[in-house]
Design a binder for this molecule. Structure first.
Ligand code: FAD
Length: 501
C-alpha cells in the first residue's frame, strides 16, 4: 500500500487548492511537501496582492461574494462593471498576442467564477480589491482602481481580492488544509519523482532535515511554481540581463518541479522565454521581504514618463491601464542601461500615485533642471526628451479613471493615454528597476490537469497546477490571473488525483 493517496509538491495557492480539493474529493491521505521552512511558507502566494480576476455577468455576482459589502463600501456597486467571459477572453488574448492556449484559457475563464465560490466554501474570505490613488487607502497596495471624485472606479475584472491579500490568502489556505486533515511537511524539498515499471508516477524522493526519504503515493501533483528564483535558469531561458533581476516573491522557486517532470519525459510547453516582471523600486532587496511583500511595486507610471539613465523614453507609458502593461514593463526596464530608469511626475498628478509610492521618499526639484541635477541621468538629453514630449503631448482631455485617449502626436515612442504635459513643479523622480514575479514556461497539461509527456499522452499518476503549467501566459499577463489560474487548475488537479487508484 502507498504511503499516501496524493502527494502535492509545493504549498502556494495552487498546491493548497489541489491538496484541499483532493481531500474533499475523497482522498484520505494527502501530504503537502513545502521546501521552505514554516516561517517562510506559502510561495509567491504569500507575497501577492491576493487579487483574483474572474468573470461575472452581473454586479450581483460580485456583490454576493462579499458579506456586507454595500454597507462597508458604499461606492462598490457604482464603481464596478460586469466582466463577462468575453471580456476576460479578449483581455487574455490581447496581452498574449492571441497565443494563450485556447483550451486552458477557456477552462480558466469558464471555471473562474465557480472556483471563486468554491474557494469561499473552503474558507477563503473575499473583500473588494482596493484602490490606492490619492487619499483613498493610502496604506493599501492594490492596483485596481482610481479615485473618481467621491467614488472609486475599479479596473475591469479587478474587483475582488482575498481578505488580507496574499498573506491572508496563504494563511487561510493552510488553515483550510489543516482543518481538512491534510498533512504538511516543512523544510521538505522534493528532489525526484519515482515511477513504477509500468511508467506510472508512484512517489517522490524528498530531502528533509533528517535525511533523504522515498515516499510513495497513488498520484503526485506538482504545484511548485516556476523558476524565477533560479539565476542560472533565468539566464539560460530568459536571457542574460535577467541574471541581475530582483525577485519580487518567494526565494524557493527554482523550477524543481519542472526539472523533475522533464526528467521523466514531460512536454515543455508555452513561453519559456517569457515571464511576469514589473517596475519596482530600485531599493527593493534582491529577494522580496516577506513582511514588505509587494509594496515595492511602482505602477502609476501611466500618469508620468519613464526615462532611462541616458535620459530617453523607451516605452508607451499610457498604452493601456496598468493591470494590462505592468507585467511586461519590468522586463523593458531591465533591458535598459544598467537595468534602471526613473519615473517622473509633475505636481498635477502626484495625488494620483498609488499608496505604495509612500514607502519611499522621491527625489524632488522645483524645476526639471534642479530635479535632473539630483539624479544619475544624462541631464541634457533628459531635458530634451521632456521638451519634445511636451511639444507632442496634450491632445485630448485628461481623465485618470479610464483610457482617456489623451495622446502625443508625432513622437516615438508615443504615449497613447494620459499624455498631459509635464509643466507644473515641483517635479518628482522615483528610481525603478525590473523585478521578476514568475516565469511563463511550464508543462503541458490536459483538461484533467494531467501532465502530458513528449509522446503527447498523459504521464500516468502525475498532475500539475499553478505557475508550473505552461501555455496560458505569453509575453504579458492581465493582473489577477495567476492566482485564479492556480486555484482553477489546482482544484481540477486535486480532484483528478483523488480518483487515481
Ligand atoms: C509580489 C507579488 C504580487 C502578486 N500579486 C498577485 C495578485 O494580486 N494576483 C494574482 O493573481 N497574482 C499575483 N501574483 C502572482 C501569484 O503570486 C502567483 O501567480 C501565484 O502565487 C502562483 O501560485 P503557485 O501556487 O503556482 O506558486 P507559489 O505560490 O509560488 O508556490 C510554489 C510553492 O512550491 C514550493 N516549492 C518549490 N520547489 C519545491 C520543491 N522542490 N519541493 C517542495 N516545495 C517546493 C515553494 O516553496 C512554494 O511553496 C503576485 C506575485 C508576487 C510575487
Amino acid at each position: 500500500m502507498a504511503d499516501y493517496d496524493v502527494i502535492v509538491v509545493g504549498a502556494g495557492n495552487a498546491a493548497l487548492s489541489a491538496a484541499v480539493s483532493a481531500r474533499v474529493s475523497g482522498a484520505s491521505r494527502v501530504l503537502v511537501l513545502e521546501k521552505a521552512p514554516e516561517d517562510r511558507r506559502g510561495g509567491n502566494t504569500h507575497f501577492s496582492g491576493g487579487l483574483l480576476r474572474y468573470t461575472f455577468e452581473d454586479k450581483e455576482q460580485a456583490i454576493a461574494l462579499i458579506p456586507d459589502v454595500e454597507k462597508n463600501y458604499p461606492e462598490y456597486r457604482d464603481g464596478i462593471d460586469p466582466y463577462p467571459a468575453k471580456a476576460f477572453r479578449e483581455d487574455i488574448m490581447k496581452v498574449t498576442g492571441g497565443r494563450s492556449d485556447p483550451q486552458l484559457s477557456d477552462i480558466l475563464i469558464n471555471q473562474s467564477y465557480p472556483t471563486v465560490r468554491w474557494m469561499q466554501q473552503m474558507g477563503i474570505a473575499m473583500e473588494p480589491a482596493r484602490s490606492s490613488g490619492g487619499e483613498w487607502a493610502a496604506d493599501e497596495s492594490a492596483i485596481e482602481g482610481v479615485r473618481r471624485g467621491k467614488g472609486v472606479r475599479w479596473q475591469p475584472g479587478c474587483v475582488i481580492r482575498a481578505v488580507g491579500q496574499g498573506k491572508g490568502l496563504s494563511k487561510a489556505w493552510f488553515a483550510s488544509a489543516e482543518q481538512k486533515g491534510v498533512e504538511v511537511r516543512y523544510d521538505a524539498c522534493a528532489l525526484r519523482l519515482t515511477q513504477a515499471e509500468s511508467g506510472k508516477v508512484n512517489g517522490v524522493i524528498v530531502r528533509e532535515q533528517d535525511g533523504i526519504k522515498a515516499l510513495t503515493a497513488k498520484a503526485v501533483v506538482l504545484g511548485s511554481g516556476g523558476f524565477e528564483a533560479n539565476t542560472e535558469w533565468r539566464v539560460r531561458y530568459l536571457g542574460g540581463h535577467w541574471g541581475a533581476a530582483k525577485v519580487r516573491g518567494c526565494a524557493f522557486n527554482h523550477g524543481d518541479g519542472l526539472r523533475m517532470a522533464l526528467e521523466l519525459g514531460a512536454l515543455p510547453f508555452g513561453d519559456w522565454r517569457g515571464c511576469h516582471a514589473t517596475p519596482i523600486s530600485q531599493d527593493a532587496p534582491a529577494y522580496a521581504d516577506p513582511f514588505m511583500t509587494d509594496k515595492t511595486n511602482r505602477l502609476s507610471y501611466v500618469y508620468g514618463v519613464m526615462l532611462n539613465l541616458e535620459g530617453k523614453r523607451f516605452l508607451d507609458e499610457g498604452y493601456d491601464v496598468h493591470p494590462m502593461t505592468y507585467a511586461l514593463y519590468g522586463g523593458l526596464i531591465l533591458g535598459q542601461p544598467e537595468g534602471q530608469a526613473y519615473q517622473i511626475f509633475d505636481a498635477k498628478v502626484v495625488h494620483l500615485l498609488e499608496g505604495r509610492y509612500a514607502t519611499e521618499q522621491p527625489v524632488s526639484g522645483d524645476t526639471l533642471q534642479s530635479l535632473f541635477d539630483k539624479i544619475r541621468i544624462n541631464k541634457e538629453q533628459a531635458l530634451k526628451t521632456i521638451r519634445e514630449y511636451n511639444e507632442a503631448a496634450g491632445h485630448g482631455t485628461f481623465v485618470p479613471t479610464k483610457l482617456d485617449g489623451m495622446h502625443t502626436q508625432g513622437l516615438t515612442p508615443p504615449k497613447t493615454n494620459w499624455a498631459q504635459r509635464l509643466d507644473k513643479g515641483p517635479y518628482v523622480a522615483y528610481p525603478v528597476t525590473g523585478g521578476i514575479t514568475f516565469t511563463f514556461g511550464g508543462l503541458k497539461i490536459n483538461e484533467h490537469a494531467q501532465v502530458i509527456a513528449n509522446h503527447w499522452k498523459p504521464l500516468p499518476g502525475l498532475f500539475c497546477c499553478g505557475e508550473a503549467v505552461g501555455g496560458i501566459f505569453h509575453g504579458n499577463y492581465p493582473a489577477g490571473t495567476g492566482l485564479m489560474a492556480g486555484a482553477v487548475f489546482g482544484r481540477i488537479a486535486g480532484a483528478s488525483a483523488a480518483k487515481v487508484s
